[in-house]
Write a protein that binds this ligand. Structure first.
Ligand code: ADP
Length: 700
């Protein structure tokens, strides 16, 4: 300690260590604290780790002409917010700062073209190599496999038969398995196939039925659903399945003005693209307008070219998706039109995939680094009542964005394509954790309109300040290189207002005066003023916020994960050395208040993990401590929708369902998600998979 912090500082840091829970220490010890490669002895403590990260990310400022004193001051600020557990960057930043491995980002999207390898390095086996490099250092990868020709199609060069996208996915899966042996953590992938692909039926079934718990275990899979597809589902109409090799229409070359017809973008979207292009170029358009065609025209051409393999009923396909998701959690849906319509730098191309957990819809080769604010820390006492420290929150947001922007400069990218794409747009993702605990401390039940309202207001506040911070950095260091003041799309212009969200979900309750007063500062935010600032100074980052799952960093911060409700009040954690019963510490605190912290009572609660059905528990506790499976599905969806409105990237959320929930619930959730403007949706029904890390209650 003396060596790192200077003599006499030991005591301060010792006290900071006390903020870390037992679980946090176990996690840090297992993967994060640096070890001497020869002796395998630890060479740092948690505070040294936080200091290492802070120092590394502050050091970037030297490049921008900051003085040593300014750099040191920023380092101290970064150190303070991480060690206070108010802001924690994503795992790769914690693991790899100042080390030989240099990936600091968690999210990557890697393109996969229909060729073994290509000179540009985006063929199937080029992608496999890139994936291995990313996984080795703890990053997660997403892919759109829709450009690959379907199973049984011809391979001209060998006069052979193509094995299809799903079989190539198995290769990626096997490679992920191998890498995890020597890597920082088990790799994670997102595999996407768009609903028009000829092999979509195989894809939908790739992880369910007999293949559940067997195939593609390192993949989450999602179907790319366009508005045309969802409309056809609702109307029960048929849709074509296409062989992308056979048509120039269904294939894609990332020229945005023809991607619409190729990927069946909505009419509205293409109109907007063409019109703004026309406007931008003063009426002179370089594109060949004959290429711009409607979906119907595209279909006629596709079928003439023999590219339409067959027509299927969209509702039947959707039912298959729902059945799969109900059975095993896969596939989820990605709403491709929503993603692209709300992509701030839409003019750079079309997004076809996201990272593994869905919080980052990215262009080919882009990466994004994340960091999350621990909301629980911003509940304070004012006049004897619980309140939100909005000023403190705004300050952490400002430093959080600066930290994440510095990550882009400090990052050592495994491939040039990734570096180039990432630096073109400088996407960062500031998110949150500890939302459920914040609610509890404010006396608000997760499954209430008040809670959804608070989510909505928090998301708006965080977005406002993150965006403002990015403008401030742009003033100082310049905008992201592809920033175009006129084309850049402000996502708040398409955010649904709170009342429309409730109406769409047919919820008639209204937020209370209590929560309105609690969040009244948010109503005073002036977005017009902010836009004026952006037009004047530009933006440093093309996206600023993102709601990540915070799977590990919420354990480090000792809070509830992301925007999820508490998972269980007491549960059994399956770890390598055995099973442990754990009690949620916040819950324990409340039990103490009611003098219910009796070992026998706790043991009883641990048997089910919940108290919602326990008539002997105080009513207020039963309401406040509603866990993930007790929260009605619609409230899960509403929280995701609330956060998505004020989010320029994605919102990761698991719609946790009770095991008794029928497939119709999944159907309702998926349709509602689309209507609410959510970008991607995943459900998980309790006990639907063999391997579940956390179980409810005590397994007898
Ligand atoms: P953390 O809490 O470890 O920072 P999150 O649970 O918030 O990470 O996940 C953020 C992103 O990090 C994921 O969407 C994914 O892209 C990546 N990621 C998470 N876990 C893994 C893993 N085991 N291997 C590779 N990437 C991962």
């Amino acid at each position: 300690y003396n060596h790192v912090f200077g003599k006499g500082k030991w005591k301060d840091f010792d006290e900071k260590d006390l903020l870390l829970s037992y679980n946090a220490l176990k996690v840090l010890e297992a993967r994060y604290l640096l070890k001497d490669p020869n002796t395998l002895r630890y060479i740092e403590t948690p505070q040294m780790l936080f200091r290492r990260v802070a120092r590394f990310l502050a050091s970037v400022e030297r490049k921008y002409g900051k003085s040593e004193a300014e750099v040191k001051q920023l380092e101290d600020k970064f150190y303070e917010m991480i060690s206070d557990l108010k802001f924690v960057p994503n795992s790769p930043t914690l693991m790899n700062s100042e080390t030989r491995l240099g990936i600091l980002s968690a999210c990557f999207v890697i393109p996969v073209k229909d060729a073994m390898t290509t000179p540009e390095g985006d063929g199937i086996y080029d992608a496999l190599r890139a994936t291995a490099l990313v996984h080795q250092q703890g990053g997660g990868t997403g892919f759109d496999f829709s450009e690959l020709r379907p199973k049984g199609d011809v391979v001209a060069s060998t006069a052979g038969v193509a094995s299809g996208p799903v079989s190539f996915m198995k290769v990626f899966d096997a490679s992920t398995d191998v890498i995890k042996q020597g890597g920082k953590r088990r790799g994670a992938n997102m595999g996407v196939m768009h609903a028009w692909h000829a092999d979509i039926e195989d894809f939908i079934r790739a992880k369910t039925g007999q293949l559940k718990d067997v195939q593609l275990q390192n993949f989450n899979i999602s179907v790319g659903a366009y508005d045309y597809f969802m409309d056809a589902v609702v109307k029960g109409e048929s849709v074509p399945l296409i062989n992308p090799r056979k048509t120039k229409i269904a294939g894609r070359d990332h020229e945005y003005y023809i991607t619409k017809a190729r990927g069946y973008m909505s009419e509205e979207w293409i109109q907007e693209v063409i019109l703004s292009e026309l406007e931008e170029k003063g009426g002179v358009v370089s594109l060949d307008e004959s290429k711009i065609i409607t979906v119907d025209e595209a279909l006629v051409i596709a079928s003439k070219e023999g590219a339409v393999v067959k027509y299927v009923n969209a509702k039947s396909l959707f039912d298959e998706i729902v059945k799969g998701a109900w059975d095993s959690g896969d596939p989820g849906l990605l709403f491709i039109d929503t993603i692209n319509r709300r992509h701030p730098v839409w003019y750079l191309g079309k997004i076809n995939a996201t990272n593994p957990c869905g919080e980052e819809p990215l262009l080919p080769w882009e990466s994004c680094n994340l960091g999350s604010i621990n909301l629980e820390k911003f509940v304070i006492e004012r006049d004897g009542k619980a309140a939100i420290d909005w000023d403190g929150l705004a300050e952490i947001i400002r430093y959080g964005v600066r930290f994440l922007d510095n990550v882009i400069d400090a990052n050592r990218y495994p491939l040039k394509q990734i570096e180039d794409a990432t630096k073109r747009t400088r996407k960062v993702g500031l998110g949150v954790m500890g939302l459920a605990r914040m609610f509890i401390k404010l006396g608000i039940a997760y499954d209430s309109v008040d809670a959804i309202y608070l989510s909505y207001q928090l998301a708006k506040f965080i977005f406002y300040h993150a965006y403002k911070a990015s403008i401030e950095i742009a003033k100082e260091k310049g905008t992201f290189p592809t920033y175009d003041a006129r084309l850049y799309r402000d996502i708040w212009e398409s955010a649904l207002d709170f009342d429309s969200l409730l109406q769409t979900a047919e919820i008639s309750d209204k937020p209370s005066d209590y929560v309105k007063k609690l969040t009244s500062v948010v109503d005073k935010l002036d977005f017009d003023l902010l836009k004026g600032e952006r037009l004047k100074y530009g933006l440093r980052n093309s996206t600023v916020v993102s709601i990540a799952p915070t799977g590990t960093i919420s354990i480090i911060a000792g809070t509830s994960s992301s925007i999820e409700p508490l998972f269980a009040l007491a549960f059994v954690r399956n770890v390598a050395v055995g099973k442990f019963i754990e009690i949620d510490p916040l819950f324990l605190e409340y039990l103490r208040k009611y003098e219910l912290d009796d070992p026998e009572v706790i043991q009883k609660i641990a048997e089910s993990g919940i108290i919602g059905d326990n008539v002997f528990m105080p009513r207020s506790l039963r309401k406040l401590f509603r866990t993930a499976h007790e929260v009605p599905p619609i409230y899960h969806v509403m929280h995701q929708a609330a956060w998505q409105q004020w989010n320029d990237s994605g919102t990761s959320k698991t719609i946790n369902l009770r095991s008794e929930e029928p497939p119709e619930t999944v159907e309702k959730v998926y349709l509602l998600a689309w209507k609410l403007g959510i970008k991607g949706i995943t459900v998980y029904r309790d006990k639907s998979k063999q391997q579940q890390v956390i179980y409810f209650g005590v397994k007898k």
